[in-house]
Design a protein around this ligand. Structure first.
Ligand code: GLN
Length: 537
């Protein structure tokens, strides 16, 4: 294999067309043909990373092993490819400028005026090539966030235009994802917005090689021919991307449309090896033919926006397929749960997941939901803040520590059973300063989790500032809430369980980030199995 090939994915006409899914699907097909593929996302916003963004703004913040707080599209990349991503897979305008300005202060451009071209564009090009230069990948797919024509994305478009010439013929490929709207009054699909968006891209010096057209209706041969003619692409490079019932169908749909074959042809790469999608299709088969179903409640405060809990929802799909059951996730707003309506809100559920989160809003509802699950022998999984709420609930209702809380919610609580981590106490900056990324955790023999993981030691991803307060450990353990996962270096309690309950587990880390199609997360698999068992009782 020679030099790394680069595929750039841009979007036109509208946002939210699913560039991430198209990029991940193409990557999956290329990987299934034996190529080593990486995907990268360039985000045009000025935040250094999405870690400081409210989930309502930007959906879930995804966390990598090396502790990068990233765009949720990286979650799709990992779920599809089963290859971990890192800091290098997500680049933002904020990070680019931060790095260029730091270089300027160090005097690296001494005597020169620092400008968008070439300084910002050089920095972008460098970041794009980090993955390729590692020698680990044959093909790097780079998704450019935003929509062509946005002011913010111009430096990225300019950078990839330059790269096309620097890397030489046949080494780069441009895929443009657009929307073909359907006018129901005219009963017609319309190509004009796509023509305009391809033209806008051309004004920046880039000719799209492949058009991927999002549509609610099939594209006729005539329409494909028209798009090819007006947009200057070959007819078989007009790819239909019709709405799918699940994102996991998209790789097969793209295979049928020939997206991978055409991409390889244009990059002068071998197209003869057929993709091996056996494992993928096996998963799809189980996902689509469930033998039963379970209803789990997702108790959170960002439930209005599905993207806020993206990885959790996907992890349920993977775990459902493994168990051959359909998992119906019922989103329940924690802010509206109280002692009076809890029975009504949570009845009929086979399991309860209390979600991660920050701040005070909605936490009393979360604590009530924990109590309900504990008292009714309902399978319970608490993630991060959800685990912390389980500890608070136990302290208040079993130990009788009235007013027990996390110091995040109440600095003056008489019983700070969850407290700020020691190393966090001197930190004042908010960006990138939490306990992030993969940390080790040793599992107690004979616990639910050691049975689930079938391991003694695990590595899981974190994103938090507060922790279980070890001063209360003896009290809590003696009363029946066991600490079954411990960080070997710091003694931090990572997992709590109630052995007297059918399935009650709280984890300080985020298992959802590591669930993939090829490797459904064991905790979700175990939780769904417990919920299924409950549903049959
Ligand atoms: N707010 C809590 C903390 O910082 C939990 C964070 C989370 O749920 N990701 O510790």
């Amino acid at each position: 294999m020679g030099t790394t090939k680069y595929i750039f994915v841009t979007g036109g006409v509208s946002s939210s067309l699913g560039k991430g899914i198209i990029a991940a699907s193409l990557a999956k097909l290329l990987q299934a043909r034996g190529y080593r593929v990486a995907i990268q996302k360039l985000d045009p916003y000025i935040n250094v990373d999405p870690g400081t963004l409210n989930p309502y703004e930007h959906g879930e913040c995804y966390v990598t092993d090396d502790g990068a707080e990233t765009d949720l599209d990286l979650g799709h990349y990992e779920r599809f490819l089963n290859v971990p991503t890192s800091q290098a897979n997500n680049v933002t305008t904020g990070r680019i400028y931060q790095s260029v300005i730091e270089k300027e202060r160090r005097g690296e451009f001494l005597g020169k005026t620092v400008q968008v071209i070439p300084h910002i564009t050089n920095e972008i090009k460098e970041r794009i090539q980090i993955l390729g230069n590692s020698g680990d990948y044959d093909i790097v797919i780079t998704e450019i966030g935003g929509t062509v024509g946005d002011i913010e994305s111009l430096p990225y478009i300019e950078s990839v235009r330059q790269l096309k010439w620097e890397l030489g013929n046949g080494n780069t490929l441009f895929i443009h994802l657009t929307l073909i709207p359907y006018l129901s009054a005219a009963r017609e699909l319309k190509t004009k917005p796509t023509q305009h968006s391809v033209k806008t891209l051309m004004e920046s010096g880039i000719q799209a090689d492949i058009l991927v057209c999002r549509t609610e209706h099939e594209l006729s041969e005539d329409l494909r021919a028209k798009l090819a003619l007006f947009c200057n692409v070959e007819k078989d490079a007009v790819i239909e991307s019709i709405d799918a019932s699940t994102i996991y169908d998209v790789p097969n749909m793209m295979l049928e449309e020939g997206l991978d074959r055409i991409a390889l042809r244009k990059l002068h790469l071998d197209q003869n090896v057929q993709p091996n999608l056996e494992q993928w299709n096996n998963f799809l088969q189980r996902h689509k033919n469930p033998k039963g179903n379970v209803r789990v409640g997702l108790i959170g405060k960002y439930v209005e926006l599905q993207d806020s809990y993206k990885s959790i929802l996907e992890a349920f799909i993977h775990a459902g397929a493994t168990n051959e059951v359909a998992v119906e996730v019922v989103s329940i707003h924690s802010e509206f749960i109280d002692t009076k309506n809890i029975e009504n809100e949570l009845k009929g559920l086979d399991g309860i997941l209390v979600a991660p989160g920050f701040g005070e809003r909605g936490i009393e509802g979360k604590i009530e939901a924990v109590r309900y699950a504990r008292e009714n022998d309902l399978p319970f999984l608490g993630i991060c803040l959800g685990m912390q709420m389980a500890v608070i609930e136990y302290a208040r209702n079993i130990l009788g520590l009235k007013g027990a809380n996390s110091t995040e919610m109440d600095v003056n609580t008489p019983y700070p059973v969850i407290d700020l981590m020691e190393e966090q106490k001197h930190i004042t900056k908010k960006g990138g300063t939490m306990r992030l990324g993969a940390w080790k955790c040793d599992l107690k023999e004979g616990s639910i989790v050691s049975g689930i993981y079938q391991k003694q030691s695990i590595l899981e991803r974190h994103r938090h500032r507060y922790e279980y307060n070890n001063k209360y450990r003896d009290l809590l353990e003696n009363a029946g809430l066991k600490a079954t996962g411990i960080n070997p270096d710091t003694g931090l309690v990572e997992i709590v369980e109630i052995p007297a309950h059918p399935w009650f587990v709280g984890v300080q880390y985020h298992p959802e980030y590591k669930s993939t199609v090829a490797n459904p997360h064991p905790l979700f698999v175990g939780f769904v199995a417990a919920a299924f068992k409950h549903s049959k009782q």
